[in-house]
Design a protein around this ligand. Structure first.
Ligand SMILES: Nc1ncnc2c1ncn2[C@@H]1O[C@H](COP(=O)(O)OP(=O)(O)O)[C@@H](O)[C@H]1O
Ligand SMILES: [Mg+2]
Length: 401
């Protein structure tokens, strides 16, 4: 497929040979390429904002689409380079690795590690609502990545399922820092208003909105909401308008709508992150991490307890089986069995059967009390489900990019 404006396959950018297009976005084009020096694949992001720039007929150089756009183009290019410099300094496991950046063809390029894997968005579409375990396995590392960015006074500003990449082994990494801006005091100029409706909080729609870590946390809360419900939250301006008019919030509380399907600690955190007013949200990623890692620890303890119960049940049922088998061997060996001993053996084996049933009942009771709420909903993901097994029926993702 030929993408309008994209470098043709086989083009060279420094030592990198373009092998295909990975994506086209508001700030530029992402290519898959081959590093001929280090003999490995890379992903390259080229600065080419389609609203103000075009590729010339030579097929390589990028220029502003008109004189009017010249200033904005140059301003954006400098920001792209500033951001590339900062990104190249991040070496966090949950942020895509940027190796270098360079200027060529009248534009700039960001060279990243190529990750084999898939977008979280595609994963969700395929697999459906996440189980609690999957939720924590994905979002705890993403929060670690966000925390690392915020600690350097950076904001991502476009967190959404299609900007989280699951590399091999389903390890999540944040990608696409196209909308990132340094510092959250004074707002820097934006080339175009870059936001994704449904994920962007209200302050991103305002020209002087106070943005901070809480801005990314709202977008991450919206991503979590989608991951458990299949629905993108109502857009922030719609929510604000409804609340101002005294109408109910068009975004229903997930703690209410998914009650009994996920533990309240998880649902409450999502509602908290999705508060309309920045001041009502968690103020930093650590606050959310603290809640979720506590839940993760509880989950681990419960899984361990469940394993112990399963072990006991298995041992008891093996013992019962062995005992029955031993009796059969003795009988077929033709041993003399007195008539009086038969009822005794029956009693013994009945006792073993009863203990097994009692143990099974106990285990079932314990599981029921721990997870009683899950049992009522056949669609609810279970904490015991292995990755990929959560039910996906009725889980369709509505209209997002
Ligand atoms: N480091 C990477 N390794 C592999 N694929 C990547 C990498 N970075 C981005 N991609 C792919 O390129 C696509 C576009 O990337 P992204 O940075 O989100 O740009 P945009 O959304 O602006 O097009 C993504 O959907 C993803 O599939
Ligand atoms: Mg993207």
């Amino acid at each position: 497929m030929t993408i309008h404006n994209a470098l043709p396959v086989g083009s060279k950018v420094d030592v990198y040979e373009v092998t295909g297009v990975l994506g086209v976005g508001g700030f530029g084009i992402t290519y898959k390429a081959y590093d001929t020096q280090l003999d490995r694949e890379v992903a390259i992001k080229e600065y080419l904002p389609p609203s103000i720039a075009v590729r010339r007929v030579d097929g390589h150089s990028v220029v502003p689409s008109s004189e009017v756009n010249q200033k904005s183009y140059e301003f954006g290019l400098q920001r792209f380079l500033d951001e590339a410099r900062v990104l190249a300094k991040f070496h966090a496991p949950n942020i895509v690795g940027v190796n270098r950046f360079l200027e060529q063809n009248g534009t700039a390029y960001l060279i990243m590690d190529y990750e084999d894997g898939e977008l979280f968005f595609n994963y969700l579409r395929r697999q459906g609502a996440l189980s609690e375990r999957q939720f924590l396995d994905i979002f705890v590392p993403v929060l670690e990545g966000l925390k690392a960015i915020h600690l350097k006074s950076y904001l991502h500003r476009d967190i959404k399922p299609s900007n989280i990449y699951l590399s091999e082994g389903k390890y999540p990494k944040l990608i696409d820092f196209g909308a990132a801006r340094f510092a959250w005091g004074e707002q820097s100029h934006t080339l175009t208003q870059m936001l994704t409706p449904g994920y962007a909080p209200f302050e991103q729609y305002q020209s002087h909105g106070r943005q901070g870590p809480w801005t990314d946390l709202y977008a991450l809360g919206a991503t979590m909401y989608l991951a458990l419900t299949g629905k993108k939250p109502a857009e922030a301006p719609e929510r604000v308008a409804a609340l101002q008019d005294g109408h109910p919030d068009p975004l229903d509380s997930i703690e209410v709508s998914r009650e009994g399907q996920y533990r309240p600690e998880i649902l409450q955190v999502i509602d908290w992150m999705l508060e309309v007013r920045p001041i009502d949200r968690p103020q930093n990623a650590q606050q959310v991490l603290h809640r979720l890692t506590n839940t993760q620890a509880k989950l681990a303890v419960q899984v361990d307890e469940q394993k112990v119960i399963q072990g006991q049940v298995q041992r008891a049922s093996r013992a019962a089986q062995r005992s029955v088998q031993q009796r059969r061997v003795t009988t077929t060996a033709g041993d003399i069995i007195s008539r009086r001993r038969v009822p005794a053996r029956r009693e013994e084996s009945q006792w073993l059967m009863k203990s097994t049933v009692a143990l099974l009942a106990m285990a079932a009771m314990m599981l029921f009390t721990q997870y009683h709420s899950k049992a009522s909903d056949p669609e609810a993901p279970s904490v015991y489900e292995a990755a990929g097994s959560a039910p996906s029926s009725q889980f369709t993702i509505s209209g997002i990019k």
